[in-house]
Design a protein around this ligand. Structure first.
Ligand code: BG6
Length: 306
């Protein structure tokens, strides 16, 4: 059996014979939905999406997996990214769907279901005109969303197409995980890691050993030792739910706005929806990647259901 693909308006979907699916909005190449199954079970939604998310391209999507580029958060005033809005220009630009592919079945493999890949592209010339004027560098982004039974991988390649100019950038995959009850959730793999606490003016702290749990607003930029090698595990009620592995994305932002902060986020609904989400965001954001003309950078996250 083969996967089904569908392009309807500004959405691209792929459905595996297992019933697992992924849906991507051309605005931001934002993954809106990932329905994944564990060991032949029922496919369930794994990403959180706000009921008030704006999907017409006028704003970044509140939920799913927005792509942050070329700046994370608000840019420092003295850098080339200074005029860009928070989290940059990619998440509100309309991307191009470049095509799909199905991995061919390998005769030696016992897997009965093949995965699918959806490719999206954004170049400087095609970026939102109002935004690209604020950051004049000839970049190209290639974003590949791979759905396999029980896992989702998203990878990004950033290329500098300038002939003379280098540019500096940050990149992050802003994954909103769906959880049942945030107070029962913890993240393993960040114990002992230094982090910058955005809720205390970026104060640098060290995570206690053990797991990170959640009892109030959390907004931290972790720099785990070993860079991207550390696999993270998100568990709920003591049961491992998601593993997150990273390629070339050394930092991990962990964000939950809790009740107090969601009040100020217009497109966050329902207001108690913070109980059902956790952002764990692999990225390269604590410093800057410099890309020389003609050079490329690649980073990826791979989420496996446990
Ligand atoms: C997180 C940041 O990655 O994104 C938070 O660490 C921020 O500080 C959050 O509030 C959401 O950002 P935005 O721009 O989508 O509201």
């Amino acid at each position: 059996p083969q996967a089904r693909f569908d392009i309807l308006g500004d959405r691209v979907t792929a459905v595996l014979p297992t019933g697992e699916s992924v849906e991507v909005l051309l605005t931001g190449a934002t993954v809106l939905s990932w329905k994944g199954a564990v060991d032949g079970g029922a496919a369930e939604e794994r990403l959180w999406l706000s009921e008030a998310a704006i999907l017409d391209g006028s704003k970044a999507v509140r939920g799913g997996i927005p792509v942050v580029f070329p700046v994370f958060g608000k840019s420092p005033a003295d850098l080339a990214t200074s005029k860009l809005p928070q989290h940059g220009l990619a998440r509100t630009s309309r991307w191009e769907f470049l095509g799909r592919s199905t991995s061919e079945s390998d005769a030696s493999s016992k897997a009965s279901t093949n995965g699918v890949q959806l490719d999206f592209g954004l170049t400087w010339s095609a970026a939102d005109p109002a935004l690209k004027a604020l950051w004049p560098f000839d970049f190209a982004l290639l974003y590949r969303v791979t759905l396999d039974p029980g896992s989702l991988t998203t990878s990004i390649v950033v290329t500098n197409n300038e002939t003379e100019k280098a540019f500096d950038f940050q990149v992050l995959l802003h994954t909103y995980f769906s959880v049942g009850d945030i107070t029962q959730v913890n993240v393993d793999g960040l114990g002992g890691a230094p982090y910058s606490d955005k809720l205390e003016a970026f104060k640098v702290k060290t995570q206690a050993e053990g797991k990170v749990d959640f009892t109030s607003a959390t907004d931290r930029i972790y720099q785990p030792e070993g860079g991207a090698t550390q696999v993270l595990t998100i568990a709920e009620g003591g049961l491992p739910k998601y593993s997150v592995s990273r390629d070339n994305l050394p930092d991990v932002v962990v964000w939950n706005p809790w009740a107090d902060k969601t009040k100020d986020i217009d497109d966050f609904a329902p207001k108690d929806g913070y109980k059902n989400m956790l952002c764990v965001e692999p990225g390269s954001v604590s410093g800057w990647q410099t890309l020389e003309p003609g050079d490329a950078f690649e980073g990826a996250q791979s989420i496996t259901l446990l």
